[in-house]
Design a protein around this ligand. Structure first.
Ligand code: MN
Length: 721
């Protein structure tokens, strides 16, 4: 029978209502498109897509997938275009072919484990439709089957990639037979010597082993049926790669690997699985520690079975797995077994969701032993929050969603981050605020004169980048403070007929009295405005300070002007400015300081003193000469507006809980913005009126305790929308 007819009858077999003509049409299109091309084997090229489609049909996937298998190399290797495919075979098929083509173009480099893991995650993330991955796996399987036609260095590279990326991917998706075949084929090309030797040894004892398998199969079957467990028993040698792994692990030769054969008992119900386990354990001696119940606790890839090992009829260890027909289907075909075809209709959105969920489920398989922990991790969707991007050398970096080139630069090296002046993504210059996307290749442009600036803090997503940028800004700030402090003190001293250099001793004394460790520290404090030059003079030049009123530095004299101009306010602002109360004060909108926050004041023209939080970025920007000491006087009963951002699950009732929590703390909400995100979360920004920092902390604590709330942050006013 022609291979195409074989595929057609197979598809018709598991899906009678399928549009078989579509498959025929896809074949004709592929055959015409690849006409004249041959494979390395000399066969016409179309034999490859045909073989891929055949494997897809073996996985019992839908018609769109089979068509995509037939057409998967058309766009890459012929003049056909995606638009053409979309017109002839519909958007779905075109989307699948496009996805497979794109995956094929990803750069890959053999590196350490983490790298491979990131790569696998990225493949899953990029293929929004899991069928793209399934078609790609089938493509890879056929490529591996015909690998002997390629030159050795290509064989080696493709085999390594298969071992590191595709076999684990098949395993993660639960498609056991594909995983096993990929591993054995990759083994053959990665360790040819070891492979040949092991294969020969296994072949030598083949007849003997078959007889043994047959014998044990019959024995198990007899025991099971006599004890009321209807079943089928199948014995099978383990695949070469797993035997080889075991030999390496246990440091033993092949003839000492006794459980190289496993037996599978397939029965009709879950109850019979457990009953069968009882039969096995009462007939043969179980080996302690080898029993595993994957029925009650399925593996994250949905695999279910009972596993045990017993001392078999000839005194050797044998492995027995018990499962139902359905579980067997899942064990063999994994995610493909869950593929339900909807009577010729395209996939319902519901189904797509189901697969998105399943895909995340696969993804979250991190050998979590606690099932609740596992479910939790699925729920908060760890994986959907990351993007995977490449360095120019092909390394994969995993970054939080929304990361920008600066995050990437710091992920590569902090010196690259510090001097990052621009970026090229997929060869094109992008702004630093560009949000990285899965599969981007990012190249950082550096410039030795470039330095981090405050705006970067608004762009970066990773903690690493944020910390580094903050650190550098702070160092820079300190340098400025040193320069300014030196200048201010020197000017003040000159008015008392001395200089910084000459007054060294006096300054050391002043530093001690003003509780600074060193003179340098004193200078910095003056630069920051925490200590005034007036104070320094008083301590450094006792008795002289009163003499020169004009000696007061700029800020103080400005304060005097201010005091003269400003009318006294009736109610207290809660702030003392340089020890004085009742100065006109306003709170900066950018950082909304609360009683309890460390603060700093700036004298503004005509508007009194503006109070910023000490770590406010905007405050750092203002003229240090206008900086003035301010402190909370602890008297004000005024309410202060703050912005609080709450990231939570987007589910009904949660908002009510959250606002109740504000009320419970005696706090009023003055404004609220709520917005649902694409990934099933909600971002809520509340403007609330609080007394002080302690009350704010209490509110944050109580909000954080609400189930479904992921994070609670005080945010500054300019990023609240
Ligand atoms: Mn191909």
């Amino acid at each position: 029978m022609h291979q195409l007819d074989q595929i057609l009858s197979e598809v018709a077999g598991y899906h009678p209502a399928a549009d078989i003509n579509m498959v025929r049409k896809a074949y004709q299109f592929a055959a015409a498109a690849h006409d004249g091309q041959t494979r390395k084997s000399g066969d016409p090229y179309v034999s490859h897509p045909l073989a891929v489609a055949q494997i897809i049909a073996e996985l019992k996937l839908d018609v769109a997938s089979v068509c995509a298998g037939l057409l998967h190399d058309c766009v890459e290797d012929t003049t056909a275009t995606i638009e053409q495919l979309s017109e002839m075979f519909g958007k779905e098929v075109a989307y699948l072919v496009d996805g497979v083509t794109k995956l094929g173009k990803l750069p890959y480099s053999t590196r350490e484990e983490q790298q491979a893991e990131n790569f696998r995650k990225m493949l899953l993330a990029m293929a929004r439709d899991i069928r793209v991955i399934l078609v790609k796996l089938c493509d890879r399987l056929d490529n591996m089957r015909s690998l002997h036609h390629l030159p050795p260095e290509k064989q080696e590279r493709i085999a390594a990639e298969t071992m590191q990326i595709y076999a684990p991917l098949a395993n993660r998706l639960g498609i056991q037979w594909v995983k096993v075949e990929l591993e054995d084929l990759a083994f053959k090309y990665t360790y040819p010597g070891e492979y040949e030797q092991l294969a020969a040894e296994i072949a030598k004892t083949r007849a003997e082993r078959l007889e043994y398998i047959h014998h044990v199969e019959k024995l198990i079957h007899k025991e099971m049926t006599e004890n009321g467990v209807p079943c089928e028993v199948m014995g099978r040698a383990k695949h070469l790669w797993s035997i080889y792994q075991k030999m390496k692990r246990t440091q033993r030769p092949f003839d000492e690997i006794h459980d190289a054969i496993g037996f599978r008992v397939i029965t009709d119900s879950q109850m019979h699985c457990y009953q069968g386990l009882g039969v096995a354990h009462s007939t043969w001696t179980p080996i302690p520690g080898r029993f595993k119940d994957y029925i009650a606790l399925p593996k994250p890839n949905l695999y279910q079975s009972l596993h045990t090992a017993v001392i078999g009829p000839k005194g050797e260890r044998i492995e027995i797995q018990l499962r139902t027909n359905e579980m067997n289907l899942v064990a063999e075909h994994g995610i493909a077994a869950h593929w339900k075809y909807k009577e010729g209709k395209p996939l319902a959105p519901d189904d797509d969701k189901k697969f998105a969920w399943l895909r995340q489920l696969m993804e979250s398989q991190k050998e979590l032993h606690d099932p609740t922990e596992f479910l939790e991790s699925v729920k908060i969707d760890l994986f959907g929050d990351e993007v995977y991007v490449f360095t120019p050398g092909g390394d994969v970096k995993a970054l939080p969603k929304g990361s920008c080139p600066i995050d990437f630069a710091y992920a590569v090296h902090s010196s690259i981050g510090d001097h990052c002046s621009g970026a090229r993504v997929n060869g094109m210059i992008v702004p630093l605020r560009y949000q990285l996307r899965n599969g981007d290749t990012v190249e950082i442009i550096t410039n030795p004169n470039q330095k981090p600036n405050k705006d970067w803090l608004k762009l970066v997503k990773t903690a690493r980048a944020r910390t580094k940028v903050r650190y550098l800004l702070r160092t820079e700030q300190r340098d400025k403070a040193v320069a300014l402090g030196t200048d201010l003190i020197d000017k003040a001293l000159r008015k008392h007929d001395t200089t910084l250099a000459r007054a060294e001793k006096q300054l050391a004394n002043a530093a001690k009295e003003l509780k600074c460790q060193t003179v340098d520290e004193l200078i910095v404090q003056v630069g920051y405005g925490k200590i005034t030059t007036q104070q320094v003079i008083e301590h450094a030049v006792p008795g002289l300070a009163k003499k020169g009123e004009e000696a007061a530095p700029k800020a103080e004299s400005m304060l005097k002007t201010l005091l003269r101009k400003v009318t006294r306010r009736t109610s207290s602002s809660g702030i003392k400015v340089a020890g004085e109360q009742d100065i006109l004060v306003r709170f900066a909108k950018c950082c909304s300081p609360l009683p309890g926050d460390p603060i700093v004041g700036f004298i503004t023209r005509g508007r009194g003193v503006t109070v910023h939080r000490r770590d406010c970025d905007k405050g750092l920007d203002l003229d240090p000469e206008r900086r003035i000491d301010v402190e909370w006087d602890g008297l004000s009963k005024a309410q202060h507006e703050v912005s609080i951002q709450v990231l939570c699950a987007d589910k009904p009732g949660l908002l009510a809980h959250i606002s109740q929590s504000f009320t419970d703390q005696g706090v009023n909400i003055s404004q609220a913005h709520c917005r649902a995100t694409d990934d099933g979360r909600a971002v809520n920004t509340f403007h609330a009126l609080v007394k002080d920092l302690d009350q704010l902390k209490q509110v944050i604590r109580s909000l954080s305790r609400i189930k479904g709330v992921f994070s609670v942050d005080r945010v500054s006013a300019d990023i609240q929308s």
